[in-house]
Design a binder for this molecule. Structure first.
Ligand SMILES: [Zn+2]
Length: 148
């Protein structure tokens, strides 16, 4: 009878995407090309799409602050998703763009005054959005107007 080994239990919050790291301080990660310095919002990349170098990508921490490039107010979504909400593309100082939702904003206010949103400084926040089958919290990231 084979010895039964209990796999190390991994419990606790789970990031919804591999580019999200939860601790010690929540942040996004990307891949930086060691040949040309290009940064991508992706940690599974095997080659640089800018210079073509392969196997020379390193994970880097990305800034938790950025600026809204474009946004859209979503009025219709899947059943169970509360609308309206605001989705946006946020530019990070590393030259990477992230698609995410904006929270702590008034969707109607932004529709009336869209110029308020373009270029708005925002910061990363992480919230629980679901629970997985093992009961672990599933964490997703959003951006909110910067408080500092
Ligand atoms: Zn490169």
């Amino acid at each position: 009878m084979p010895e039964q080994q209990t796999p190390q239990a991994e419990t606790g919050p789970r990031p919804i995407l591999p580019i999200l790291r939860l601790g010690p301080k929540p942040h996004l990660v990307g891949s930086k090309c060691g040949s040309c310095g290009a940064i991508f919002l992706d940690v599974r990349r095997v080659a640089c799409s800018k210079c073509g170098a392969a196997g020379n990508l390193k994970e880097v921490e990305l800034s938790d602050k950025g600026k809204v490039w474009v946004f859209s107010v979503i009025h219709q979504s899947f059943p169970g998703i509360k609308t309206p909400y605001v989705t946006a593309v946020v530019d990070l100082p590393e030259g990477v763009s992230v698609k995410s939702n904006l929270v702590d904003v008034d969707p109607e206010e932004l529709e009336k005054n869209p110029q308020k949103a373009f270029g708005m400084p925002v910061e990363l926040v992480v919230n629980q959005v679901a629970t997985d089958r093992q009961g672990n919290p599933v964490m997703a990231f959003q951006f909110r107007p910067s408080k500092s």
